[in-house]
Design a protein around this ligand. Structure first.
Ligand code: NDP
Length: 355
């Protein structure tokens, strides 16, 4: 009988199902694979010709990553819209990876929404996100992807996390109940990446971005996040020549906002320089009150009416700011100031939504 040798990928990664010798234990196999992988996968030198699959490229984050990679000279980007490749379908994902053989994967496809959508559709937020991330992460390992970047989120830290929020706060307390389903799915994605790294030496990293805004944001008032919602409300109020703009809550809570192009630049840096399975925060390190944000937005939009605060609506957590010490130590800093980013986003909104 022919005894097949363990198969090795071009990157030297042993495949699932490989056996060194017939009496090797599971723990032994894991140890061996980890060693084999550690010497090869851990060093990622991103070549400009590497095939990079950006999953979710039609979304806000995915489209920013495509812009950033293209402007950085990466010329072999791989994208597929949801209508052509539904990442919830494992066999379709298998076939796609087998055909295309991406070297690097950025997983920016997810079911994302604001408080109302998260609260109303916990089944979809939990199940779809688990399906998408399980399929992509597992297939990436099986098909020998050299590096994968998974997007977590600052909103999956515990509701009462210390401020600014350090990476160690993850799983240290109860979650915000309104987005618990989404958070549980995202935490499972991080844990799966860490498990592949620990057990098989895979170079799968997870990042924790703060609140993002920018082109391709969602401006639907039913499902949008605060900055996009305020921008749309101020624009509508200006167009209708209203004298008053009503904003939810007291305006006192403080939040951090990062332009999505800055997020993309941080992700590319981390793909090139960060090889740890430990999560890493991505933020600008500064927060602003919702009142200051609303005033800034009205100024940019040109709405000169009065702001009124509807204090019957909930404020949420008083402050949410990420501790970005780890990211700063790698030499990264944001380059887009909030006013400049809001002006640019408003111009995008007018060009794309207000036609
Ligand atoms: P978007 O909704 O803008 O983009 C997500 C993309 O994923 C969409 O194009 C969506 O397609 C696609 N997608 C969803 N389900 C599937 C599927 N089954 N198969 C293929 N594609 C699918 O979200 P963002 O760009 O804002 O978010 C991307 C990632 O960044 C998420 O993981 C999110 O958690 C993270 N993040 C975002 C933050 C933010 O403020 N926006 C903050 C922190 C983290 P379609 O629209 O057709 O459903």
């Amino acid at each position: 009988m022919n005894k097949a040798k363990p198969r090795q990928s071009r990157a030297g990664v042993a495949r699932i199902g490989d056996r060194g010798s017939s009496n090797e234990t599971n723990a032994g196999i894991a140890q061996r694979r980890k060693k084999e992988n550690a010497s090869t996968v851990r060093k990622l030198i991103m070549d400009k010709s590497d095939k990079i699959f950006v999953a979710g490229h039609e979304g806000m984050v995915g489209s920013a990553l495509v812009r950033r990679l293209e402007s950085g000279g990466f010329r072999n980007l791989l994208v597929r819209g949801k209508s052509k490749l539904d990442l919830r379908d494992k066999s379709a994902v298998d076939e796609f990876f087998a055909q295309e053989e991406p070297a690097v994967v950025i997983l920016a496809a997810a079911k994302v929404g604001g408080i109302k959508a998260n609260n109303d559709y916990p089944v979809e937020f939990l199940l779809e996100n688990l399906q998408v991330q399980n399929n992509v992460i597992q297939t990436a390992y099986e098909k020998r992807v050299r590096k994968l970047l998974f997007l977590g989120s600052s909103c999956i830290y515990p509701k009462l996390a210390p401020q600014p929020i350090p990476e160690t706060a993850l799983l240290s307390g109860p979650l915000e109940p309104t987005n618990e389903a989404y958070a549980i799915a995202k935490i499972a994605g991080i844990k799966l990446c860490q498990a592949y790294a620990r057990e098989y030496g895979a170079n799968f990293i997870s990042v924790m971005p703060t609140n993002l805004y920018g082109p391709n944001d969602n401006f639907d008032l039913e499902t949008s996040h605060v900055l996009a919602a305020l921008l749309r409300k101020a624009h509508d109020a200006k167009t209708r020549k209203d004298r008053k703009l009503i904003v939810w809550g007291s305006g006192k809570p403080r939040r951090e906002f990062l332009h999505v192009d800055d997020l993309a630049s941080a992700c590319v840096l981390l793909l090139e320089k960060y090889d740890s399975p430990e999560i890493i925060n991505i933020g600008c390190g500064e927060d602003i009150s919702i009142q200051e944000l609303a005033e800034l937005i009205c100024d940019v939009v040109g709405f000169d009416g009065e702001l009124a605060w509807d204090i019957t609506k909930p404020d949420g957590t008083p402050r949410k700011l990420l501790d970005v010490t780890k990211l700063k130590a790698l030499g990264w800093k944001p380059s887009i100031q909030l006013r400049e980013g809001i002006s640019q986003t408003y111009a995008w909104f007018v060009a794309n939504h207000d036609r």
